[in-house]
Design a protein around this ligand. Sequence first.
Ligand SMILES: NC(=O)c1ccc[n+]([C@@H]2O[C@H](COP(=O)([O-])OP(=O)(O)OC[C@H]3O[C@@H](n4cnc5c(N)ncnc54)[C@H](O)[C@@H]3O)[C@@H](O)[C@H]2O)c1
Ligand SMILES: O=C(O)C[C@H](O)C(=O)O
Length: 332
Amino acid sequence: MVARSSRRSLRCEARKVALLGAGGGIGQPLALLLKMNKFVTELALYDIVGVAGVAADLSHCNTPVKVTAFTGPEELAGCLSGADLVVIPAGVPRKPGMTRDDLFNTNAGIVQALVQAAGKNCPQAVLEIITNPVNSTVPIAAETLKAMGVYDPKKVIGVTSLDVVRANTFVAEARGLDMKDVDVPVIGGHAGATILPLLSQTTPAVTFTEAEKKAMTEKIQNAGTVVVEAKAGKGSATLSMAYAAARMAESTLLGLNGEPNIYECAFVQSEVVADVPYFASKVLLGPHGVAKVMGLGELDAFETAALQSMLPQLKAEIQKGVDFAKNAKVAA
Ligand SMILES: NC(=O)c1ccc[n+]([C@@H]2O[C@H](COP(=O)([O-])OP(=O)(O)OC[C@H]3O[C@@H](n4cnc5c(N)ncnc54)[C@H](O)[C@@H]3O)[C@@H](O)[C@H]2O)c1
Ligand SMILES: O=C(O)C[C@H](O)C(=O)O
């Protein structure tokens, strides 16, 4: 990822962004970053608990973004109507000792209901899902939209950009590089061993011994857990996630506006790995969402082995989401 502040956009369209879960730990700082984004015209905040205060507070920032607030399911349609981009951090975060999969029972239904509402009220919008477990919530979203007859694989995106942000930070620190110059692709999924940084493809090129490579990979994979433990029961990453999601949202809006060559790593419907229907890799963003899912490039021996060993977990978590959505009732 490269710094966006200097990027021009070919066209500056009116863009409505709906943020679902806007009152939460991620939602509030992400709302602030979106309020500061010149590609956003309207920011519609939704939560099940009162989000009017957040909206009133934000609306005093003298940026041109119009902020609106919607609370409770009866106001959800108004939030979503006309949205170009829907960002979903709604749901519960981990506590120490939990895996992301432990959130499934609570968050699966939350995501399913919100995606269903998006499918009904803004079927053309790009959906970006932050809610964990991403390896399962993205398949839930896709299957939910398929059942409604409005699924477009270009428009359902699992947000894994925090893994890239972390990889960039840790590699830059380890090698004394300027943070803004470093780009490490991260592939696979967003949980434990399914998070696979491709250190061999780092820009600028860096070299690691086998031991350093293993240690750096594990540091990136465990970074979310480190934050969960440091917050000691008060949630998981929020500020870095808001930063990463704001970058992903901006890249998506740039793509929608016709800016060429906008690439991000994201967890999307994919054919890059046989028999794995959703996979995180570099994607090209375009006027309709994901314009192209890029291949993986050349992996070294360590990465090849790590990819093979993550697949059973990733496939199982994907299937869990697919099964949940298929068994859940889709409202008319
Ligand atoms: N993809 C990633 O890289 C990544 C990174 C960090 C956190 N997360 C995930 O993001 C999610 C949110 O984390 P957080 O720290 O903001 O949690 P939080 O508890 O601080 O905030 C969640 C918000 O969602 C709201 N909410 C709950 N049910 C809702 C519903 N049905 N509709 C709308 N809003 C609803 C809550 O009221 C709350 O305001 C968690 O699942 C967490 O695991 C993902
Ligand atoms: O670790 C978590 O539970 C939150 C998030 O997925 C993260 O990577 O920080």
